[in-house]
Design a protein around this ligand. Structure first.
Ligand code: ADP
Ligand code: MG
Length: 250
């Protein structure tokens, strides 16, 4: 299937304590926007890290763009915003433009230096996200919402086909969160970028994502949001009230 961006088959990941993710079989097609939800510790970050080759599998398989993750090398096709970014020490002496430029540098071979076109790309992506006025600021001077946009810019600077965001809005106030979600939706719709977004926001993810992956160590649900909303099994699992809240798509 040429437009399959992610595929896992019976993927299992373990830490020393034992398996934390079991028997995950999913397929994500080009252009999908998948919301990944589940309780704390349900394996959401472990799953996305496994796809990125950052966690090893104890059994099963995972592939990106048809290539097994352990052999995948075209990382420019994937943008990633991790759950915990410890970059933002208030005295970290890098500007916004430099921070976003790191996303480009990481793919270059020696000599690692940004060319004029690279700098133009950095400014173009900052412009797209409405933060070009911040280019020369130190990242430590930014608000939480601005920092998340800069990290999103860094994830997007290589024009990825797949964007993986792990709880990008957890620290944002509701208004900034909505704006961030709108940006991601635009990128998905207008540029056809496939999105995997890990979130706790069960109440709003249905507004944006086309599919839901609900994990609790295993896949409890994977499919279209509409299917989720009409599933009697999911009503039993969550209670009709909660299901209704999640399906409240305004
Ligand atoms: P989520 O992102 O859904 O909150 P995680 O994937 O981070 O869940 O974690 C799944 C489980 O694996 C949790 O029980 C967590 O404590 C455990 N875990 C996560 N990372 C590690 C690690 N590096 N070493 C050992 N256990 C871990
Ligand atoms: Mg997590």
């Amino acid at each position: 299937m040429p437009d399959e961006v992610v595929r896992t088959v019976n993927l299992t990941c373990s830490y020393r304590v034992g398996p934390v993710l079991e028997d995950i079989s999913i397929s994500v097609s080009a252009g999908d926007y998948v919301g990944i939800a589940g309780p704390n510790g349900s394996g959401k970050s472990t799953l996305v890290r496994a796809l990125l080759g950052l966690n090893s599998l104890s059994s099963g398989s995972a592939a990106l763009f048809g290539v097994p993750c352990e052999r995948f090398s075209e990382w420019g096709r994937v943008g990633y915003l991790p759950q915990h970014v410890k970059l933002f020490n208030p005295v970290f002496p890098a500007t916004v433009a430099e921070t976003v430029g790191l996303g480009l540098l990481s793919l270059k071979r020696f000599p690692r230096r940004l060319k004029r076109l690279d700098k133009q790309r950095v400014h173009a992506v900052l412009d797209e996200l409405g933060v070009s006025d911040l280019a020369g600021k130190l990242i430590g001077e930014l608000s939480g919402g601005q920092q998340q946009r800069v990290l999103l810019a860094r994830a997007l600077v290589n024009n990825p086909e797949l964007l993986i965001l792990d709880e990008p809005t957890a620290a944002l106030d509701p208004e900034t969160r909505e704006r961030f979600y709108r940006l991601v939706s635009d990128i998905n719709r207008n540029q056809g970028v496939t999105v995997l977004l890990v979130t706790h926001d069960m109440g709003t993810i249905g507004l944006h994502a086309s599919k839901l992956l609900y994990l609790d160590k295993r896949v409890l649900f994977y499919g279209n949001f509409d299917e989720f909303c009409h599933s009697a099994e999911m009503s039993t699992l969550f209670g009709e009230h909660s299901q209704h809240m999640m399906c409240h798509r305004h």
